[in-house]
Design a binder for this molecule. Structure first.
Ligand code: SAH
Length: 348
């Protein structure tokens, strides 16, 4: 039988486990601290537990490991990219971006993705499987250990659709922000979704303070359908209503991500339609010049056109930023490192 994945237990779940082992409740606090604050990778590190208890823990539970398969350090900016191998051989990518305000880590929520966005490398091989809560936490823990510095911000914008892995993702948010663990403020966490309407509405009810980012990418239902198959399922008007609901429930301003693709969604009409759609909303638009992937022929607009698009939105009093390109020399776009690695293994 598989051993139990001890890092996926919340603080209170761990208390129940410890009780069922016939141990004193305070032992749960000690174990949780070893796992989620001191980031122990072996029960033998837990020196304030008896050898016998450590042995019993090791018989029933395991601390699942992420093995570093590749690390790329950008020469252009303070960005690093990691490829981690999970215990079953699946690969996931994480990215570290250092900013003046702290270290931000972008994590993956699934191995692969089934959403099929046309410009995205992560979805080309489809979904392999959901990540467990411990595998999401593990990406942050491994990065923090590798760099020897605290991670203060998280973006769930790597491979996968977090709301397609709802329960594990939600537990991850609770555990990473729990004051018994790393205690990262929910206000420093952003999760990006392609817009699974019922899940956005459900998330709005969870009493969280994380920022929701919606991948919009089209200025109308028709244009969005060209790039995102999920738009076949949910009408743009429903998606926007769900985001407004998230804002009403949480008071958190929603970010709209818009990947600019030359000739497809970067025209004057697109800017005007976007302004009509979002003008008056308390929101923020993040323009992302599309990161070209070799499997697709989408190109980003030139710098001048990107700036003009931004100016048009600003003219309508919309908060808008252009995402700074980071790590473009290190397979920066979602899923590229994982894809290259998998492809090269197949060739060997
Ligand atoms: N599934 C989630 C999160 C993962 S992708 C979502 O759809 O939001 C994170 C963001 O990067 C999304 O806005 C996604 O559309 C965008 N993205 C993916 N590949 C890209 C590329 N090649 N160029 C620009 N943006 C990309």
């Amino acid at each position: 039988m598989d051993k139990k994945d001890i890092c996926s237990y919340t603080y209170s779940e761990l208390q129940d486990e410890v009780k069922s082992l016939g141990e004193k409740p305070f032992r749960a606090g000690q174990i949780y601290e070893w796992l989620h604050v001191k980031l122990a990778e072996d029960f033998d590190e837990m020196t304030n537990l008896s050898k016998d208890f450590r042995r019993r823990l090791g018989e029933e539970y395991e601390i699942r490991r992420l093995t570093l398969a590749e690390r790329q350090i950008s020469k252009k900016d303070p960005t690093e990219k990691y490829l981690f191998e999970l215990q079953d051989g699946n690969l996931v990518e994480s990215v570290l971006m250092r900013y003046s305000y702290g270290n931000s880590v972008c994590i993956s929520s699934q191995a692969g993705c089934r959403m099929g966005c046309r410009f995205c490398a992560s979805t080309i091989g489809g979904l392999a499987r959901n990540l467990s809560t411990s595998e999401m936490l593990g990406q942050i823990y491994r990065v923090q250990k590798l760099i020897g510095e605290r991670v203060s911000n998280i973006v769930v914008m790597g491979t996968g659709e977090p709301l397609d892995n709802y329960d594990n993702f939600l537990k991850f948010i609770h555990m990473v922000s729990d004051d018994h663990g790393l205690h990262i403020s929910q206000r420093n966490i952003t999760a990006s979704t392609c817009g699974i309407v019922p899940a956005v509405r459900r998330l709005a009810e969870e009493g969280l303070q994380i920022t929701l980012a919606l991948s919009l990418h089209g200025s109308s239902q028709e244009k969005r359908r060209l790039l995102m198959p999920v738009a076949e399922k949910y009408e743009l008007s429903e998606v926007l209503a769900a985001c407004e609901y998230y804002f009403q429930k949480t008071g958190r301003r929603v970010t709209y991500e818009y990947s600019l693709v030359q000739g497809i969604n970067d025209t004057d009409e697109d800017a005007a339609a976007l302004a009509r759609m979002l003008g008056g909303r308390n929101c923020h638009i993040n323009l992302i010049p599309v990161n070209q992937i070799k499997e697709r022929n989408f190109q980003k607009p030139c710098r001048k056109n990107t700036l003009e698009f931004k100016n048009k939105l600003e003219h309508h009093k919309i908060n808008v930023t252009i995402r700074r390109e980071r790590g473009s020399d290190i397979d920066g776009a979602c899923g590229q490192l994982r894809r290259r690695h998998t492809a090269s293994q197949k060739e060997n």
